[in-house]
Write a protein that binds this ligand. Structure first.
Ligand code: NAP
Length: 250
């Protein structure tokens, strides 16, 4: 996809300061969309993304906010209409991990992962939906994970949050279809970002041995899929969970 197929559209990308969210924001901007880049704490990094998009001739604003807060999610979503006049695409990408074996997992590590990954997704969709329903169009793309589909030892909290995101995706797709809004989930496998850089070499080697394509995915490869789902070409796709994982899970 190379032309400006998202011209005059506005996208909110949560967690857009780094990793997959950053790549999605830059890709959507390259296709002509105006971008609201949400971040939680990485100010310097999000400013670089704004500059990168502006240097391409695009429009972008950075909005600080924690998606796990209902009120802050409202501020993030409203920034789209306030700055650019509409909200056409919402990419719920912000996410965290706090890994640990079930028998030792702290209650706060369960709660914070659910609050950011699952409730954060709900919060943003909840505030975006009235705007998109009024417009009678919208694209919602939720970042789940191979872990939400297949489970993973040491990630009970993360798996529960990402399986929940799939539940939200399918239910919202059914509710919103008649309003011209599609809702889909992307389930990445093992993508090279700060999140996976934090894993030990031993864990990385084990993961790689289970990937038929024998490499990590790149954030830009996930961004290509998000751009497709955000485009008119994906108009008959809703309620789906699309795997992008090098064959790690089939
Ligand atoms: P990352 O590099 O760790 O970046 C996470 C992003 O989320 C950052 O921009 C961070 O903002 C933001 N964020 C975290 N908590 C937030 C909150 N409460 N409110 C707002 N923003 C928040 O992560 P990534 O690897 O790109 O992952 C992006 C998404 O893909 C996540 O949902 C993750 O679960 C999912 N995913 C990743 C992989 C992978 O292999 N990397 C695989 C499957 C799924 P700050 O920079 O300001 O902290």
């Amino acid at each position: 996809m190379s032309d400006r197929i998202l011209e005059n559209k506005t996208a909110v990308v949560t967690g857009a300061s780094r990793g997959i969210g950053r790549a999605v924001a830059v890709k959507l901007a390259s296709l002509g969309a105006n971008i609201v880049l949400n971040y939680r704490s990485s100010v310097k990094s999000v400013e670089e993304v704004v500059e990168e998009i502006k240097a391409m001739g695009g429009n972008a604003v950075a909005v600080q906010g924690d998606v796990s807060s209902f009120a802050e999610a409202e501020k993030i979503i409203k920034a789209a209409v306030e700055n650019f006049g509409s909200l056409d695409i919402l990419v719920n990408n912000a996410g965290i991990t706090k890994d640990g074996l079930l028998a030792r997992m702290k209650e706060e590590d369960f709660d914070s992962v659910i609050e950011t990954n699952l409730k954060g997704t709900f919060n943003c969709i909840r505030h975006a939906t009235p705007i998109m329903m009024k417009q009678r169009r919208g694209r919602i793309i939720n970042m789940t994970s191979v872990v939400g589909v297949a489970g993973n030892a040491g990630q009970v909290n993360y798996a529960a949050s990402k399986a929940g995101v799939i539940g939200i995706t399918k239910s919202a797709a059914k509710e919103l279809a008649t309003r011209g809004i599609t809702v889909n989930a992307i389930a990445p496998g093992f993508i090279q970002t700060d999140m996976t850089d934090a894993l030990s070499d031993k864990v990385k080697e084990e993961l790689l041995s289970g990937i038929p394509l024998k490499r990590l995915g790149q954030a830009e490869e996930v961004a290509e899929l998000a751009a497709f789902l955000a485009s008119d070409s994906a108009s008959y796709i809703t309620g789906q969970v699309i795997n992008i994982n090098g064959g790690m899970y089939m």
